[in-house]
Design a binder for this molecule. Structure first.
Ligand code: GLN
Length: 239
């Protein structure tokens, strides 16, 4: 029995809670699910989801409520499994554009540089169905919503800690790796407002996972099931 938290400062946290509940019925172990707004709540968690929403807002609220440093500690020092979707991935990156020191602070943990709003604004939001070989029933495509979505602009292997936007703590162990790429055909269909970049829309580095899209905004719980089964449960058993 362990506790999975969902950071509930802003954004689509209730949707994550609901899909964590749905995934719980499909796996062979159980866990508690809590919304996290305080350091005390964060301290109860063995793993954490940072939802989509607005990363500047989430960051500012985290700073004001004294959660920012504890979140960095959670991800980069304690190295507990953490998954960020959309705005959540921006916060888990070491570098993001259109962020400024003293304005939006990042948590860090993923050695990537993020381009926010890669595909343009709200109007350019789109849904696509991705072929993912790592989830349950891989033959069924996964519904993926991109809403003012960020993209992984570059991977930063071995970025020196001094260059990281976020302060203390080490980087995630191991190399960051691409988990999901957007097919070229989809990119040409939806347009690419951000110029030269990668096609990477999900990354993993040790216990940290980031995704450009919103698995929480569908009713398909296979991504949540994958995360708790393959990322959270093994990490807890090895801890
Ligand atoms: N563009 C938003 C940001 O920069 C993220 C959008 C989202 O989470 N849907 O925070």
């Amino acid at each position: 029995e362990f506790t999975v938290g969902v950071l509930a400062l802003q954004g689509a946290f209730i949707e994550h809670v609901n899909l964590l509940k749905a995934a719980r019925n499909a796996v062979s172990f159980s866990y508690d699910i809590i919304e996290v707004r305080t350091v005390e709540e964060l301290n109860k968690c063995s793993a954490l989801i940072i939802p989509g929403g607005e990363s500047t807002t989430i960051s500012l609220v985290a700073q004001r409520t004294g959660l920012l440093e504890p979140l960095r500690e959670f991800v980069k020092v304690q190295r507990k499994p953490t998954w960020g979707t959309c705005a959540g991935m921006i916060l888990l990156s070491e570098q993001a554009n259109r962020t400024k020191k003293g304005g939006q602070e990042l948590i860090g943990g993923l050695d990537v540089r993020i381009n926010r709003n890669q595909f343009g604004g709200q109007q350019e939001s789109f849904e696509t169905f991705l072929d993912l070989d790592f989830i349950d029933r891989p033959e069924e495509k996964f519904p993926s919503l991109f809403i003012r979505a960020p993209i992984v602009e570059s991977l930063l292997p071995g970025t020196p800690l001094e260059d990281a936007v976020s302060a203390p703590g080490e980087h995630g162990e191991g190399q960051v790796k691409a988990l999901v790429r957007l097919p070229k055909k989809t990119i040409s269909e939806v347009g690419n407002a951000g110029g030269e970049t990668t096609d990477i829309v999900a990354v993993q580095q040790a216990n940290v996972v980031g995704m450009s899209f919103h698995p929480e905004l569908s009713s398909d719980f296979r991504m949540h099931q994958w995360w708790v089964e393959k990322c959270v449960y093994p990490a807890i058993k090895n801890a």
